[in-house]
Design a protein around this ligand. Structure first.
Ligand code: PLP
Length: 430
């Protein structure tokens, strides 16, 4: 059992100063029934906590650290950019380079606007979609998370798992009234809402691979179906690629599945660990955004030069080393199929969903094909599993409904250690 004295001390002070002791709810470890581990540093596939314990890290800052922690090239980019000044609130060359890079890598991006988080990216994409279509309603899926803006905190999955009623206090029903909720992987539920709201739906927003109710893959023809419905109904298709973008491949889930959305939202990987988001897509839609059009959207720190330097470095590295994707996908295959065979051998009532370097172990026999099935998970059993892994020096998502992320700094050693620890847990539970 690692000693966590310093983490405990820090947390007891933190809860007096910060709501729940954390700046984002999942970090509080509440759903795994323990105090949080405070992270002091990271290197490669490992993080070290405030007491000096080291862990194999499968959180990776929830996705951005695809090259591992403290990647030398990325660190060089930060320090070089920082020496030239931290922020100007003025146009800089780095923003042009970032826009050139993103639009060259993702074919559906004709124009792109940088923001500071995934939340801002999806919120702004929806505003552009509403401005462009002159329609008010939006359609999202139960269990998909698109950040914490008011209109999107409806059946929002992730840290909120617990009709158009807001999941959060402080969100007026009126803010959520134009948010329609359909079931992931259920095209009939989408058709039905379009039928009931003829010519009123501005856009469908969807995680092309859901990763905030645990990982749930799109069923065959689900994304194609959404594309067809949007085209037929004059609505826009928005892919929230905040997790999948530059993770499933250099052209994201849209490249992987061969679907062209009208708009896309990005975050996480494009910032390489800095607070960055972006939205973009069709030129005729993006030209609606201020100052070229009437849809207002702005940001004091948007396109920040240090953040752009990190993003450009990480994305260029991924572009120039396409083998990263096949390598992390192979590691994913080893880990997730290894977990599957442990489940089979021990008869554990669990299942695994995975794609490439992204996956989830659900404590329900499954298959988990949508939100209702994900909710059948035994979260107490997940908590026991999480705690077993922490004690074995493995830091995985501190909640059942989050994804596990593999980075290019991981290797067979880390994966095998993880499988051994998982095997021990499930043998003991048998
Ligand atoms: C993390 C996430 C967001 C929100 O991004 P933040 O940077 O946390 O605001 C939006 N959409 C998806 C799919 C996410 O996973």
């Amino acid at each position: 059992m690692p000693r966590l004295d310093r983490s405990k001390e820090l947390f007891s002070e933190a809860v007096k100063l910060i709501p729940g002791g954390v700046n984002s709810p999942v970090r509080a470890f509440r759903s795994v029934n323990r105090d949080p581990v405070f992270i002091a540093s990271g290197e490669g596939a490992y993080v070290t906590d405030a007491d000096g314990n080291s862990y194999i890290d499968y959180v990776g800052s929830w996705g951005p650290m695809i090259l591992g922690h403290a990647h030398a090239g990325v660190l060089d980019a930060v320090t070089a950019a920082a020496r030239k000044g931290l922020s100007f609130g003025a146009a800089t060359e780095a923003e042009v380079s970032m826009a050139r890079l993103m639009t060259s890598l993702v074919p559906s991006l004709e124009m792109v606007r940088m923001v500071n988080s995934g939340t801002e990216a999806t919120m702004s994409a929806l505003r552009a979609a509403r401005g462009f279509t002159q329609r008010d309603k939006i359609l999202k899926f139960a269990g998909c998370y698109h950040g914490h803006s008011d209109a999107l905190l409806v059946k929002a999955g992730s840290g909120l798992l617990s009709g158009s009623t807001p999941d959060s206090a402080g969100v007026p029903a009126s803010c959520a009234a134009d948010t329609l909720v359909a079931q992931y992987n259920d095209l009939d539920s989408v058709e039905k809402l379009f039928g009931q709201n003829k010519n009123q739906i501005a856009a469908i927003i969807v995680e092309p691979v859901a990763a905030n109710m645990g990982v749930v893959l799109p069923a065959p023809l689900f994304l194609e179906g959404l594309r067809d419905i949007c085209s037929k109904e004059g609505a826009l298709l928005i892919f929230d690629e905040v997790i999948t973008g530059f993770r499933l491949g250099i052209d994201g889930a849209q490249g992987h599945f061969g679907i062209t959305p009208d708009l896309s939202a990005f975050g996480k990987i494009i910032g390489g660990g800095m607070p960055v988001g972006a939205y973009g897509g069709r030129r005729d839609i993006m030209e609606m955004v201020a100052p070229s059009g009437p849809v207002y959207q702005a940001g004091t720190l948007s396109g920040n030069p240090v953040a752009m330097a990190v993003g450009i470095t990480q994305l260029s590295y991924l572009r120039d080393h396409p083998e990263v994707y096949s390598r992390i996908a192979a590691l994913g295959e080893t880990l997730f199929s290894g977990l599957e065979s442990i489940i089979q051998r021990t008869g554990a009532p669990c299942c695994v969903n995975h794609i490439g370097s992204l996956g989830s172990l659900f404590f329900t026999p499954g298959p988990v094909t949508g939100f209702p099935q994900a909710l059948l998970s035994d979260t107490a059993a997940y908590a026991a599993y999480f705690n077993h892994l922490i004690e074995a020096g493995i830091y995985t998502a501190p909640a059942q409904f989050e994804a596990l992320f593999i980075s290019n700094a991981h290797g067979e050693t880390e994966i095998n250690r993880t499988l051994l620890a998982a095997e021990r847990f499930f043998q003991k539970e048998k």
